[in-house]
Design a protein around this ligand. Structure first.
Ligand SMILES: C[S@@+](CC[C@H](N)C(=O)[O-])C[C@H]1O[C@@H](n2cnc3c(N)ncnc32)[C@H](O)[C@@H]1O
Length: 302
């Protein structure tokens, strides 16, 4: 949804544009191009490998681009450390990049044999291997149910704790096999039985919902007056959280008869569209991973 993101954030010369999830730099390149390269562009990613890809792709924009290895929930500190008072445009393109999924050594994919890692920042924090081998059956069931929305969370959690009694689980395909065997045979058709559990583990390992919650709540302080924020999410947990926080930051008063409800004096943001924007059919045909994308945006009120 590159053109939708550019249309929502409207980058123009002189702006401060912050891409909180710069990844391979695809959105970054489009935003920089739309502003003729004449912006202060800050690209953040917690994965140092992603910053290498971004540095390569954005090299031609020279000094306009600053790349920062950090979690985006450090946004206020990052802006301050870059000597920037506030951002005019902020983008969050959530989740993992194709490069991360396709690299077996990162452990994100149940289809590729690799270590059970799943950290977006591979230099710190517990891995998925720590989670599956250390958490209690109850904790595993809770995260698989909550973050994976997996109806067989109890079965999967018990299968994991039984398997790890024989030997610690170490690889993605080993774990995928345990989940597949735990699944009721009638439910094994369709998407892979491990998909939801892998999503849950990734969210837990990277504290994805916590980081999103903290960042969206801090967004009004990080944005300049009239500045805009766009959030691209790929599953309902991220999209529901984004909607809830935007609604909280953009409260409305009771409507007068026949009129739309006015903004409350406490509102700090104004939503940029009614509901979420979805990818067009062409985009989904070109890139099936875009199927579940949802784009929401908001503007900081003066
Ligand atoms: C979907 S990809 C972004 C792709 C990018 N928009 C592009 O066009 O190439 C998401 C990126 O966000 C990074 N990421 C996820 N959570 C993060 C966080 N809390 N802080 C910083 N980076 C994060 C991931 O490492 C990944 O590189």
């Amino acid at each position: 949804m590159v053109s939708e993101v550019v249309g929502m954030l409207r980058p123009r010369p002189g702006m401060v544009v912050v891409d909180c999830t710069v990844g391979a730099g695809g959105h970054a390149e489009a935003l920089l191009r739309a502003a003729g390269g004449r912006v202060t562009f800050i690209g953040i990613d917690r994965d140092p490998a992603a910053l290498d890809w971004a540095a390569h792709r954005l090299a031609r924009f020279g000094d306009s681009v600053r790349l920062v290895a950090a979690g985006f929930d450090d946004l206020e500190w990052i802006l301050r450390s870059q000597g920037v008072p506030a951002a005019d445009a902020i983008l969050l393109d959530l989740g993992m990049s194709s490069m991360q999924v396709d690299d077996a050594s990162r452990g994100f994919s149940y289809r590729r044999d690799g270590p059970l890692d799943m950290r977006m920042d591979p230099t710190s924090g517990p891995t998925a291997q720590d989670v599956v081998n250390v958490y209690s059956a109850e904790e595993l069931e809770r995260i698989i149910l909550e973050y994976g929305e997996e109806r067989y969370a109890g079965l999967v959690a018990r299968a994991i704790t039984t398997a790890r009694r024989r030997a610690p689980l170490r690889t993605t395909t080993e774990l995928a096999g345990v989940i597949q065997d735990a699944y009721p045979p009638r439910a094994r058709r369709g998407t892979h039985p491990a998909r939801r559990t892998f999503q849950a583990l990734r969210i837990e390992v990277n504290d994805e919902l916590g980081a999103l919650d903290r960042t969206l709540r801090a967004a009004p302080d990080a944005l300049a007056s009239g500045g805009r924020i766009a959030v691209l999410s790929y599953h309902s947990l991220e999209d529901r959280l984004t909607k809830r926080i935007f609604d909280e930051l953009a409260p409305r008063q009771a409507p007068l008869p026949g009129l739309p409800p006015p903004e409350s004096p406490n509102a700090r943001l104004r939503p940029l569209a009614r509901g979420a924007l979805l990818p067009g059919r062409d985009e989904v045909e070109r890139n099936p991973r875009a199927r579940s994308a949802r784009l929401r945006g908001a503007e900081k009120l003066s």
